[in-house]
Each structure stands twice: as C-alpha cells, then as structure tokens.
Design a protein around this ligand. Structure first.
Ligand SMILES: Cc1cc2nc3c(=O)[nH]c(=O)nc-3n(C[C@H](O)[C@H](O)[C@H](O)COP(=O)(O)OP(=O)(O)OC[C@H]3O[C@@H](n4cnc5c(N)ncnc54)[C@H](O)[C@@H]3O)c2cc1C
Length: 465
C-alpha cells in the first residue's frame, strides 16, 4: 500500500520531491547529532497544492505523516517511526512579500527564522521573534510549537506575532486564514488551531508575520546579583526605569555561568565567576543617545538600591554578541554525557524555593547531581539541564519526577515554550485538566479523524488514564 503511495506521489512531486532508503537514513533526526531519521519516505513539496496532494493521498492510504521544519525542537515532536512518512517544508522557504506600510511579512513555512529576520532588517523592519536556533528553525516550526525565545517579555510568543496563516488539513482541505490586519474579530480566529498544536491538527504552509520598526538603539549588560530577591527586584526596577524598552531579562545561575565561561567553552567570563546569579539585560529603543544614558543611569540607580553587585556593559556589537554567546552556549552541557533538558514555568514568587527543592530531590538520589539552571526568567521560564544518572529510562523518570513533582503545588507548567511532543506526554495531565485534554481529543478527532497527523504526540487518541 505504502509503496503504491510513494510511487504515485513521486509522479506528483517529481523525483526530487521524494526521498527513500539511504537518502532518508543519511539525515539526522535533530541538530545535536541524534539518530538517523527512520521513515518510509520524505516528501518535499514545493507548493501548498503539493502539500494538499501529499496529505489527501496519505489520508486515503491511512499513512501517518510527521511534518518537519528545522528539526530543532527539544521534545521529540518531530520524531518518526519507520512506518511514518515525513512531510518536509524545506523547499517552501521563501519570504514572499514584505508590506512596509502595513508592516507585515508573508512567508512560506519552511523559511528559517534567521532568513526572515534578515529580510525584514533589509527593509528597516524587525521580526521580533528570536531564539538560539534561529539559523535552523523554521517559521512553520516556530508557529507549530508557539516558540518563545529571548524577547517574549517585550513582544510576546510566536502566537502574538502571527497575524494570519495558511494550513492544510489531514484530508487535503486548504484553510487560508492569511489575515494581514491587526484587528479581525469575524468569527473564530482559526489560526490558533494550528499554533502550538505541534503538527497534530494540520500542516502550516504559509504565514503572515507582524513586523515592528527596527530598533535604533540596543543596549546590553551582564549584571551580577547577590541573591534571588535582588534578581526579581532588578527585573521590576528595570522594567519601570527603562520605560517599556526592556526586551530581554535572562538569568544564569552560578553553575551554568561557570560552565559556559570555562574551557572547553570558548567564552571568557566578563564578570568574576563566584556570584550567585547573572542577569543578561537588553533594551531596544528608538533614540540612541538618550537610550544609552537611560540604560546606564538605570543600572546605576539599581546599584545604589543594592540590586547590582557588578555590571559589564557591551560597548560594541562584538561585545554584545559575546555576552549572548555565553547565554546561548547550552551545548556545553552535552559534555557530561546523557542529559535531560527541562523547560518549566511558574510564578516568580515560587521560583527560588522551587529550584532549591529540585536540587534537593536530585541530591536525595544521586551523590553529586549536575544540574545547570538558566532561562528566560523575566517570563517566569527557566531551563534545567540535568546531566546525571545513566541515561536509562528509570533515571529519566526519576529526574523528571524530581523536576515536575514540586511544580504541582505551585500550579506551574511542565512546558513553558518547547511544547509537549513525546517527551512530556506523560506529564500533560499534571498541568492540564481532564476536561481540557478531552476537548483537545475532540478537536483532533474532528480535524483528523483518521489520526494520520503526528500520531501519538502530545496525548494518545484514546484516554488511557
Ligand atoms: C539551541 C536551541 C535553542 C532553542 N531556544 C529556544 C527558545 O529560546 N525558545 C523556544 O521556544 N524554543 C527554543 N528551542 C526549541 C526549537 O528551536 C523550537 O521549538 C522551534 O520552534 C522548532 O522549530 P523547527 O522548525 O526546528 O521545528 P521542528 O523541530 O522541525 O518541529 C517541531 C514540531 O513542529 C511540527 N512542525 C514543524 N513544522 C511544521 C509545519 N510547517 N506545520 C505543522 N507542524 C510543523 C513538527 O511536527 C514538530 O512537532 C531551541 C532549540 C535549540 C536547538
């Protein structure tokens, strides 16, 4: 059955549009050297019509399909079994149009975030979404995972930047919601069915993104704080002193800072390595002279208040890039063998006690657990990378329980921005109610009755609990 499907789609997409055999396994299932892709075939459509052809044929054949963007997702959402086929958006990678008056971008879903950012910048505009994987992740993947990133505190998550989108349902039906307006309350806003649903309800093919004026000033500083109360105090003080221009408030706990500023990491520490917390603060504004003075003055005022121990200000683009390279060098964690990545959110008032509880949980099981903590703290979002245990399923479960159990009593979320995919599926019910999950199942059943789109991701089609 599937071979017939592949032959017929080769006719529709052309020989370049279908990969099989060694051409499939030659590709990795992720950007950090994961296993080879195992799938019957990779379909590479060039147009929305071709995506519709693939999906309707797959529905007729009962063939499961997993959409692939840049494969930078961190929860196994794009993983395949050998029985699946992949629908890769890699040949639908163009920025189609930029409307400089309305400040919108129309873009194909397979375009990388960095390409879209650069096209906007060439017109003096800005696509505010930004994350470390910008060179590989795609706008379709960003929308499917509702990615957050470094500037959520100012511009929101991907959902807040998507004005319109086009998607193809499992049976090949085209849903074109390519709205370009800021306001449009005509009925249900259907784009949200596809944003953050990880390719389980449809395949996103094109998007309309909201652009902003390009910033004219960019101020960046690394700031050391003596305790967590100073970190949250600094967040609120900067938010009011910077008059709405604060665009990033990233925090690194001491252990993470030491890791990413010591060999084999390439970065050198701009501040001494023995402070408890380091804040990477950024402001984007429209008046280079006044903004610089206000930024320096605000940090000085916070220092007088005792919120700042020491600060390093970036004086050039290369110094700014060097500060961000420290924050973004997550790969250093991989040197310790099997490690587990977590992305949780909770109210800031619970954060310090929560982190202590997680570390205590780990220590109660392992002698010297390696746990690195950092994240988009301004958004109530932290990441743990935990390199401990033997990488077995039992270790993973024990580490997961250590991280997720203490979230329950503070109503936190097991996924701030990465999604659920496969990895967090067992914990969805820890932060979504039974009625919420049942409604998710109803939507899935209605939009994809044959269950061919990314099956088994986020939740099982039938309730098991
Ligand atoms: C170094 C690094 C830094 C990162 N930083 C952040 C961060 O700050 N914030 C954050 O939120 N994430 C971050 N991530 C995670 C990741 O980059 C995001 O989840 C990203 O949005 C995934 O995009 P992608 O194109 O790589 O999607 P993929 O990994 O290819 O796919 C992810 C999911 O989306 C689905 N999908 C992909 N394309 C489509 C489509 N066109 N239609 C429907 N479904 C689709 C897939 O089936 C899968 O379920 C980071 C990852 C890395 C490696």
């Amino acid at each position: 059955m599937a071979d017939k499907l592949i032959l017929s789609l080769r006719d529709s997409l052309g020989p370049e549009g279908v990969l099989t055999g060694a051409d499939v396994t030659a590709r990795r299932a992720g950007i950090w050297g994961e296993e080879p892709i195992r799938a019957r075939a990779i379909f590479r459509p060039r147009t929305t019509a071709e995506v519709a052809t693939v999906l309707s044929a797959c529905t007729r054949a009962g063939q499961s399909v997993v959409a692939h963007g840049g494969l930078t997702g961190l929860v196994g959402g794009a993983l395949t079994t050998p029985e699946d086929v992949v629908l890769s958006l890699e040949r639908m990678n163009h920025v189609e149009a930029i409307d400089e008056v309305g400040r919108t971008m129309t873009v194909q879903a397979g375009a990388t975030l960095q390409h879209a950012q650069e096209q906007a910048e060439a017109k003096g505009l800005m696509l505010p979404l930004d994350l470390g994987a910008r060179g590989s992740c795609t706008l379709g993947g960003n929308a499917a995972t509702n990615a957050g990133g470094n500037r959520v505190i100012r511009y929101g998550m991907t959902r807040d930047m998507v004005l319109g989108l086009e998607a193809v349902l499992a049976d090949g039906t085209l849903i074109s919601s390519m709205n370009t307006m800021l306001k449009n309350n005509a009925g249900y806003d259907l784009k949200h069915l596809f944003i953050g649903t990880e390719g389980t309800l449809g395949v996103i093919t094109r998007l309309v993104m909201r652009l902003r004026p390009m910033w004219r000033s960019q101020e960046t500083a690394l700031i050391a704080c003596k305790d967590f109360t100073s970190v949250t105090g600094l967040l609120n003080r900067m938010d009011s002193l910077l008059g709405g221009t604060m665009s990033a408030f990233e925090v690194m706990w001491q252990g993470y800072y030491q890791l990413v500023t010591s060999p084999p990491a390439k970065s050198k520490p701009p501040l001494a390595v023995d402070y408890p917390y380091y804040v990477l603060l950024e402001a984007l504004g429209g008046d280079p002279t006044q903004d610089a003075d206000r930024f320096v003055g605000s940090i000085a005022a916070a220092e007088v208040d005792g919120l700042v121990l020491e600060a390093a200000l970036a004086k050039s683009r290369s110094e700014r890039d060097a500060l961000w390279a420290i924050r973004d060098d997550v790969e250093q964690c991989l040197q310790f063998g099997p490690c587990f990545v977590f992305d949780v959110s909770l109210d800031l008032k619970h954060m310090e006690a929560y982190v202590s509880e997680v570390i205590a949980n780990l220590k109660s099981r392992w002698k010297d657990p390696r746990a690195f903590v950092f994240g988009h703290l301004g958004d109530g979002n932290i990441h743990f990378v935990i390199a401990t245990g033997d990488g077995s399923g039992a270790s993973r479960q024990a580490v997961e329980k250590s991280v997720y159990e203490p979230l329950k009593c503070v109503a936190g979320s097991v996924s701030a921005e990465h999604g659920i995919g496969l990895e967090k599926k067992p914990y969805l019910s820890w932060c979504r109610s039974a009625n919420e999950i049942e409604l998710m199942r109803t939507l899935k059943q209605t939009m994809d009755p044959a269950g061919i789109l990314n099956p088994g991701k986020i939740f099982d089609s039938a309730a098991t609990e």
